[in-house]
Design a protein around this ligand. Structure first.
Ligand code: IPM
Ligand code: MN
Length: 349
C-alpha cells in the first residue's frame, strides 16, 4: 500500500497531476498494487487567501508518506521567491531530498530543435545536487538600499553533501550500465574552492570504489555547448545545484520541451518528491491545453523509486507509444486536450 501526498499547486499543476493520477489508477489495477492519496492545497491561491505558505505541521505530516507527487509552484500575483523558497525549496531541504534526478531522453516521434539528432543521440541523466551550493541561502546584505550596498550570496559545498551526491551518481551510472561514463560538470578554472572539493572527492571515490566507471570532466560552459553539439557524448552528468538548474532547462528543450521533461527530488533514505520540471504556465491554466506527459513521466519515476519497476517501465512504454500520436509536445498544439492525452496513456498502458 503506497501512501502518496499530492500537491497540485499552482496554475496548470492540478490539471497535469489529475492526468498522472488517472495513470496511477490504471497502473494499480493492471499491476495489482494498492495506494491511497491525500491532497494538499499548498500554493499561491492558499497563500493569497490565508497568508500562509506552508503550515508548520506540513513538513512533519509529509514525512509520513511514501512519496510526494507535485504539480507546479509559482503564481503570477505572488512576488517571486516567496512560494519557491517557502514550499518547493523548503520541502527539498527539510526532507533532505539531496538528489534532483533529471533524465534527458528524446522519445521516438518527439521533435528536437537539434538538427540531425535523434533518440539514439539524446539519452542521458543529470544528477543535480539539491540541498547545497548557491541554494543554501547563505549570505546577506550590507547597507541594503544605500549607494554603498553589498550583496553576498555564497555557494556552500560540504564534503558530506558532495560525497553523497557523487556516490549516488556513480551508483546510478553503474546501474544504468550503458557507457558507464560519469561526467562531472563544474568550473574548476574559476570556482577553485568549490569544484576543487568536487573534483577531489570524485577522484577519491572513483579510484577507491568505482574502477569500472569512466570519469569525465567538463566545465559548465563547455557542457552546454556539447549538450547541443554532441549530446551523444553524455551518459550521466553530475553537478552542483545552480549549474544543475541551468543545464536541465537546456536538457528539457533538447528532449522536446517542458511538456515532456520530468524530475525527481530524491532522498534515497526518506521521502522523495516527483514533479514535471516546467512551471505553472499561468497562461494555459484551466484551458485543458497543457501537455500532461511530463507529469505522467514524473509519476513513472515515482513508481520506480517506490520499488515498482515493472509498473514504472510500463508507464514509460505507454508514454513512448503516445508521443508519436501528438502533433507537438507544446501546449495547445498537441492535437489533443490535456485529458485526452491522459486517456491515451491509460489506454496504451
Ligand atoms: C527547478 C526550478 C526551481 C529551482 C525554482 C522554481 C526555485 O527552477 O526546479 O529547476 O531553481 O530549483
Ligand atoms: Mn529550474
Amino acid at each position: 500500500m503506497y501512501k502518496i501526498a499530492v500537491i497540485g499547486g499552482d496554475g496548470t499543476g492540478p490539471e497535469v497531476v489529475r492526468e498522472g493520477l488517472k495513470v496511477l489508477e490504471a497502473a494499480a489495477s493492471k499491476f495489482g498494487f494498492r495506494y491511497e492519496t491525500v491532497m494538499y492545497d499548498f500554493g499561491g491561491e492558499r497563500y493569497l487567501r490565508t497568508g500562509e505558505v506552508l503550515p508548520d505541521s506540513a513538513v512533519d505530516e509529509l514525512r509520513q508518506f511514501d512519496a510526494i507527487y507535485l504539480g507546479a509552484i509559482g503564481h503570477p500575483e505572488v512576488k517571486p521567491g516567496i512560494l519557491e523558497k517557502g514550499i518547493l525549496l523548503r520541502l527539498r531541504f527539510e526532507l533532505d531530498q539531496y538528489i534532483n534526478l533529471r533524465p534527458v531522453k528524446l522519445y521516438p516521434g518527439v521533435e528536437t530543435p537539434l538538427k540531425d539528432k535523434g533518440p539514439a543521440d539524446i539519452d542521458f541523466v543529470v544528477v543535480r545536487e539539491n540541498t547545497e551550493g548557491l541554494y543554501s541561502g547563505s549570505g546577506g546584505f550590507l547597507r541594503r538600499g544605500t549607494p554603498n550596498e553589498v550583496a553576498i550570496q555564497e555557494s556552500v559545498n560540504t564534503r558530506f553533501g558532495v560525497e553523497r551526491c557523487l556516490r549516488y551518481a556513480l551508483e546510478l551510472t553503474r546501474k544504468r550500465n550503458k557507457e558507464r561514463k560519469l561526467t562531472l560538470c563544474g568550473k574548476t578554472n574559476v570556482l577553485t574552492y568549490a569544484f576543487d572539493l568536487w573534483e577531489r572527492v570524485f577522484n577519491e571515490l572513483g579510484d577507491a570504489e568505482y574502477p569500472d566507471i569512466t570519469r569525465d570532466y567538463a566545465h559548465v560552459d563547455a557542457t552546454v555547448m556539447w549538450m547541443v553539439k554532441n549530446p551523444e557524448w553524455f551518459d550521466v552528468i553530475v553537478t552542483d545545484n545552480m549549474f544543475g538548474d541551468i543545464i536541465t532547462d537546456l536538457g528539457a528543450m533538447i528532449q522536446g520541451g517542458m511538456g515532456i521533461a520530468a524530475g525527481g527530488n530524491i532522498n534515497p533514505e526518506g521521502v522523495s518528491m516527483f514533479e514535471p520540471i516546467g512551471g505553472s504556465a499561468p497562461k494555459y491554466t484551466g484551458k485543458n491545453m497543457i501537455n500532461p506527459l511530463a507529469a505522467i513521466s514524473a509519476l513513472g519515476m515515482m513508481l520506480d523509486t517506490l520499488g515498482n519497476s515493472e509498473a514504472a517501465t510500463a508507464v514509460e512504454q505507454a508514454i513512448m507509444k503516445v508521443c508519436p500520436m501528438l502533433d507537438s509536445m507544446a501546449a495547445g498544439r498537441m492535437g489533443y486536450t490535456t485529458s485526452e492525452v491522459g486517456d491515451l496513456v491509460c489506454e496504451n498502458l
